[in-house]
Design a protein around this ligand. Sequence first.
Ligand code: HEC
Length: 119
Amino acid sequence: MRALALLVLLAHPAVAEEGATLFRLHCSSCHAIEPGAPAGAGPNLEGLAARGVAGDAVFDYSPALQAGREAGRRWDAASLRAFMADPDEAFPGSWMSPAGPATAAPRDAIARFLMGEGG
Ligand code: HEC
C-alpha cells in the first residue's frame, strides 16, 4: 500500500513542476536549459537525457567530465542524483561545487525534471 502511494505521488504532475521550480532555485544561476541559450558558469543542460556526459559543444569542461564523455558515459536520474549530492565523488576533479538541495527528495525531483520525466 505504501509503495503504491509513493508511485502515485511520483507520477503526479506537481512533482515535475516542483523539479522545475527547484532547478530554477538551485541550478539556474549557473545553468541555462533553454535550447541555444549561452552557457553560464556551467554548461547549458538542454536535452540532457539524449546526450552524453559533457555534451554542451561550446562549454569548456574539466578533464574529469571530458574523460566521462570519452568513456561514453551518459546521464540518468541516478547519476544526476549522485552528482548533485557530491559532484567530486561522482566525477573526481569536477569543477562543480555541491549545489543541490541538502536532502534526497528534492534532488530526485530535479533529476527527473532534467531527464524530462513528466516535465
Ligand atoms: C555555481 C555554479 C553552479 C551551480 C549553482 C550548479 N552547477 Fe552544475 N555545473 C557547474 C559547472 C562549472 C559545471 C562543469 C563541471 C566540470 O566541467 O567539471 C557543471 C556541470 C553540471 C552537469 C554536467 C553537464 C554535462 O554536460 O555533462 C550537470 C548535470 C549539472 N552541472 C547539474 C547541476 C544541477 C542539477 C544543479 C542544481 C542542483 C547545478 N548543476 C548547479 C556549475 C554549477
